[in-house]
Ligand binder design. Sequence first.
Ligand code: ATP
Length: 352
Amino acid sequence: MSYVLEIKNVTKRFGDFTAVDSVSFNVEDGGFFSILGGSGCGKTTLLRMIAGFEQETEGELLIRGESMKGIPPERRPVNIVFQNLALFPMMNVEKNVAFGLQRQKVPKQEVQSRVTEMLERVGLVGFEKKQVTELSGGQRQRVAIARSLVLRPSILLLDEPLGALDRKLREHMKIELKLLQKEIGTTFIYITHDQSEALVMSDTVAVMNQGHFEQLDTPKNLYKNPATSFVAGFVGESNEFDVAGYTNGELVTANGCRLVKPGLDFEPKKLFVRPEAFILNPAEDLSDIERIDMTVRTILFDGSNTKISAVIGQSNDEVLISLPQNAQFEDLKEGDAIKVGIHHDDLKCYRD
Ligand code: ATP
């Protein structure tokens, strides 16, 4: 297996504060790897250590098998695209992209051919002489990426580059970036607090929390099998229940539901259920299914999806349930009593 990046027990402390806490992981060459986490979890610090802007307090970082200890940012085979893009506003597109090559004293003819090739790859042919101030947000993104990729880094680091765009353009750029990475084949390491960006674009996602990785997995596995309660709550929508007890394969939630969940070898404290895991009015003969009585509180229609907010039994605890795109439930209304089923496998239990 060829790893472009190996991170071995890397820790970063600022005084007494540990921003990155003994993190270890490898990144395969040519993939799209995202680090997903909330504000202050340490993802920028980790990225800055890979780029060489920050020195690790402990541990080791290797790129293509070579230790980066003491190697300054400009001598590392990585490039970084920042959220503000940091383009040169006084230069046209071509000059922005050529800048790094000229600084490296690459011969003029080679600069020209590499810039031309790169602008073709990012779909900016015809924009060479435009000032960057005349471009749209998405086009500026592509200039920033071209300017970095033209230097042929082993890794392109992207620090929330879609953060400043409006929602529609962001949705569009997610697809563009994913396709561009696949076409070019350079390893992308992308940091974001936006789970949808991470899930849509990445081959692998690391979920970061308080300086450590909670789970490193494919987007699908992160969603389907969250390893910790933090991931279950952070990635995607989930209903969270406190568990009051577990005996003989049956758990009791704090709001009084009794649910059979066979085979746990630990005492669960939290239970998570995805809104789409609930089955409304399940057929009587379905086995392996737990059933809960609920009352519809309100219907939440947002165009492409419909959810209902329901309450369990006599409690006030709200549960979100996704409705299938199915005319069968169109008549549901506030106050209706419903029976809600859940497969045992969809009861995700955690010890804390
Ligand atoms: P955000 O998405 O808000 O940028 P982040 O996950 O990128 O968050 P970091 O910027 O890596 O977080 O910061 C992690 C923690 O380390 C934060 O609590 C931050 O205050 C702290 N920190 C970062 N840089 C320094 C520094 N130079 N000196 C002291 N503390 C720092």
